[in-house]
Write a protein that binds this ligand. Structure first.
Ligand code: THU
Length: 127
């Protein structure tokens, strides 16, 4: 799967972000082991702590469709270069990491950057 395609989908879905409070749109696009893709955007709430990040929205949709392993996730915000997943989302991605790891894709000045989740979240939490 072409990572540019994942980023394009993340960009597209970021336009649907519900962000009346932060005005910070984010889109995410997940590629699963079954080669399916799922998108999500952030959506906020007047009770701020209930806000759902784009990454967790996309992952929740993938899980609801029966997916269990995430190969890659692209993250995009028009407000930020190199838009990384927050700490909570890193742990949620970690839960669905295959043994070969997850590629986390961002964009800087129109160029894709690829990070390994294990570099962004060393020693993720397992039970
Ligand atoms: N946000 C995400 O969607 N993903 C992240 O990884 C970091 C933050 C959203 C949450 C909130 O709606 C806005 O960005 C500002 O924090």
């Amino acid at each position: 799967m072409d990572y540019q395609n994942l980023m394009d989908r993340a960009k597209e879905v970021s336009k649907n972000a519900y962000i009346p409070y932060s005005k910070f749109p984010v889109g995410a696009c997940v590629l699963t082991e079954n080669e399916n893709i799922y998108t999500g955007c952030n959506f906020e709430n007047a009770s701020f702590g209930l806000t759902i990040c784009a990454e967790r929205n996309a992952i929740g949709t993938a899980i609801a469709c029966g997916e269990r392993k995430i190969k890659a996730i692209a993250i995009y915000s028009p407000n930020s270069d190199d838009c990384f997943p927050c700490g909570a989302c890193r742990q949620v991605i970690y839960e669905f990491q295959p043994e070969y790891g997850v590629d986390v894709i961002t964009e800087v000045n129109g160029e894709l950057k690829v990070y390994k989740l294990n570099d962004l979240l060393p020693h993720g939490f397992d039970l």
